[in-house]
Each structure stands twice: as C-alpha cells, then as structure tokens.
Write a protein that binds this ligand. Structure first.
Ligand code: PMT
Length: 406
C-alpha cells in the first residue's frame, strides 16, 4: 500500500477517450502514497474535467503554458525537475509524434523536454493509428532514446474495433510504476563489466579465442542500466550493439582488458567479470603470417593476468562478481573458483556443445556466495540478466557497500 511513499509522479494526460481512466489511476497512485501532479493538454480537458483530477490528486491541475499564477507558484522548469517519474496516460498518437520530434508547443511537451526523470508513455489510440508506420517509427525512436512504453494492450476498443491500442488498465500502470521505482535500486552506483571473448594473436591473421558472443555480458549491462546504475562495459570483439546508456570500451586481448579495467576500477562500486578471458596467450606474436612449411608447429603460451582475482585482491575492492564456465562438476569447480579468487559472488554456468552457455540466447546460472546460493533457471539471457542483477543488488545492499563518492 505504501510502495510509492515520497515518490513524486507527474501524470500527463493527453486527449483520448481513455483519459477517463486517469481518474482511477490518480486514485491508485495516491493510495500507494505517491504525490501526484496532473498536467493536462487542452484536448484532454474535452474528455475529463480538471476539477475531477484536482479533487483526486489534492493538487491544482496544470494546463496552460503561460499562466502567470502557476508560473509564479512553481515554474515549468522546476515542475519538470520536481518529478521522480513522468507518466503520460493516455498518450495519444499526436503527443507521441510531438515528443519524437522534440516539439515544445504546450506545457506537457515542454516539461518532457526539460525533464531529467524517466518518462513512461501509456499509448492509447485506434488500432490502425497504432499500427501506422509513422506511429511505429515514433515509438521506436522514443524507445531508443530511453523513453518507456507501457502498453498498449490488445482488445476491444472504444471505437468498436479490435486490436492493439488499448491503454493498459490503471492497476497495470500502477504495477509498472512500482516496478520502475523498485528497479532503480542501483541509482547512483557505478558498475564495471567485462564481456565477450579476448583474442590473443599468434600472427597478424590468427589468434587464440573462444566461443563467447558477449550476449550474456551485454544483457547484464542493459539490466544494470535499468536498475539505475552508471555502467562501463569493457568488451572483447563481439558483433553486438551497445545497450542505450552504457559506456562501452572495446579491447582485443586480455592484457588490453586488464589495462582498461585498471583504469576504471577505482570509480566503480560493483565489478562483474562476465568476459571469457583467454587464460594463456602466445609468448611471441609472429610479425608476419606463419607459413605452413613445417609438419608440426609448436606454440609456446604464457599465462595471462587473472583480471578478476586482481580486482578482488585490490586494497579497497568493489563488490566483486565472477563467472565460472564449467563443462563438469559445476558447483564444485565454481565454489573452488569463488574461494580461490576471493570474490563476493560467483555465477556458475555449464558450457560446451550440449549444455550451451556460450553463444546461445538462453542460459541458466547457479549463483554462489558465502553462506548462500540461488538457482536462476534456464531463460533468455535478457531475463536471466535481470534476475542476476536483482540477486547482486540484494547481496550488495546487504553487505552495505558505501558508494565511492561517500
Ligand atoms: O558471451 P556468451 O556467448 O553470452 O556466453 C556467456 C559466457 C558463457 C561467456 C558467460 O556466461 C561466462 O561464463 N563467462 C565467464 C567465462 C570464463 O572465462 O569463465 P572461467 O571459469 O574461465 O573464468 C572464471 C572467472 O575469471 C570469470 O569471471 C572470468 O571473467 C575471470 N577471468 C578468467 C581468466 C582471466 N585471465 N581473467 C579473468 O578475469
């Protein structure tokens, strides 16, 4: 009931028949102890009265951009900064288009441009309008900029048609809002992640490498951003797009990865080593392509630094999470690695032709820490990453690691 205590929600309402549901949404938000400031577009007032929303929210509803009284009490820029979340429910096709193009031609669109808080849209429109390529392009553009789309749902519409475009029910929007705040548990924290393989050159065209695609590490980077963290991702050579909001640093070899980790580790509160770092590298790299003139070719390998163990052994280590990739005796070997490398947690996965782990879209993990463990069953890596980040967050807060700035 009190999940949204002290949370300040700016509820934008745009013109559409679903605007009548905003009354119930305000009631639910207030019942969860949120402060709610309603901002309506001119079109929204055709569907529901400001007086209704003012009564339910306990605050004067804002509508006009150039209202001297409103601006005197709290100016539009301050109002944009006041909000912990801007939720626009319903969001019309017109408002999505204006937001996508950065227009600031009424109070609500101006607030969105000036806001630093997350913005969530609950689209509501006729199914053809939603499916129109222009609306779809706007939706993609807004999502790419980090704006969340909650819905639309599918079903019978006010116009009598059936299809996608229904606004999510107020209870569903309340649940999304609570989830949004609960998922910001790493706000203000810095996370350093390694991902992907390393490639250790034999000569200018050949290298020692492994099957890591980077999918697990990139999914983790995304999940950490969603949890509110600032994320630095040090990645070996992979063919993946950088998740929005992540600072990516590309490397080739284990030595390069070690150098970049050393450069960034002091600013970070959590370190997660998901990279499949080559344990050995050729002692010497041939300057020219090696010719196949000999029947046998001997490569002398030398050991690479253990990046994870080095971080864990540093004077003030961050909360340190390793991975263990095993082909047999998963828990036994992972537990040995956890103890040997002295890390706070280790996420163990089976790898190899049969089991997966590498390359695939799905994975399963067993997470081990001193005195505890958790199984995260087979799931898509994006989903699994969210579960792992939730587990890391729980343990991190339990151990009360202060932030580096404090
Ligand atoms: O990239 P994907 O295709 O999605 O596959 C995901 C994954 C299987 C690569 C991932 O889930 C995983 O298991 N990553 C760790 C792979 C690995 O190298 O495991 P390991 O058991 O050999 O190493 C143990 C730990 O030490 C790892 O955290 C590793 O990053 C770290 N390490 C290892 C060697 C080294 N020189 N430096 C390190 O930091």
């Amino acid at each position: 009931m009190f999940e949204l205590k002290e949370k300040r929600i700016l509820l934008g309402i745009t013109g559409g028949i679903a605007a009548y549901k905003a009354a119930e949404l305000v009631r639910l938000l207030r019942r969860s102890n949120a402060e709610v400031q309603v901002v309506m577009t001119q079109a929204a007032t055709e569907f529901i009265t400001p007086l209704t929303l003012q009564t339910l929210s306990g605050r004067r509803v804002r509508q006009a951009f150039f209202d001297p009284n409103d601006e005197a009490s709290i100016g539009h820029i301050d109002l944009a900064r006041w909000a912990d979340l801007i939720l626009i429910a319903p969001t019309s096709a017109d408002f999505m288009a204006r937001l996508a193009h950065g227009l600031a031609n009424d109070l609500l669109s101006t607030l969105c441009l000036a806001a630093t808080a997350p913005i969530a849209l609950a689209p509501a429109m006729n199914q053809q309008m939603w499916l129109n390529p222009a609306t779809q392009a706007n939706a993609k553009l807004l999502q790419a900029r980090g704006i969340k789309l909650w819905g639309p749902g599918d079903g019978e519409q006010a116009c009598g048609e059936t299809g996608p475009g229904r606004m999510l029910e107020p209870a569903e929007l309340l649940a999304q809002t609570i989830k949004q705040f609960n998922s910001q548990l790493l706000a203000g924290q810095c996370v350093l992640l390694t991902a992907g393989p390393t490639q250790e050159p034999i000569d200018p065209v050949r290298f020692i490498g492994n099957r890591s695609s980077g999918k697990m590490g990139f999914a983790l980077a995304q999940a950490f951003v969603e949890a509110g963290a600032q994320v630095y991702l040090i990645s070996g050579p992979v063919a993946l797009a950088t998740p929005t909001g992540v600072t990516r640093i590309d490397v080739g070899t284990a030595i390069e990865m070690q150098q970049r980790v050393t450069e960034h580790i002091n600013r970070c509160d959590i370190f997660v080593a998901c990279a499949a770092v080559a344990d050995y590298r050729p002692k010497a790299t041939a300057a020219q392509k090696i010719k196949k003139s000999r029947e046998q070719l001997d490569l002398i390998l030398t050991r690479n630094p253990d990046i994870l163990a080095e971080v864990a052994a540093s004077t003030v280590p961050p909360f340190t999470v390793g991975f263990a990739a095993e082909t047999e005796q998963l828990i036994k070997h992972a537990e040995e690695k956890r103890r040997l490398k002295r890390v706070d947690m280790i996420a163990a996965n089976l790898v190899g032709a049969e089991q997966g782990g590498f390359e695939r879209d799905e994975n399963a993990l067993t997470v081990l820490w001193e005195g505890g463990s958790k199984n995260l069953p087979m799931a898509r890596k994006e989903k699994l990453a969210q579960s792992l980040v939730a587990t890391i967050t729980e343990r991190y807060h339990a151990e009360k690691h202060p932030t580096k700035d404090s």
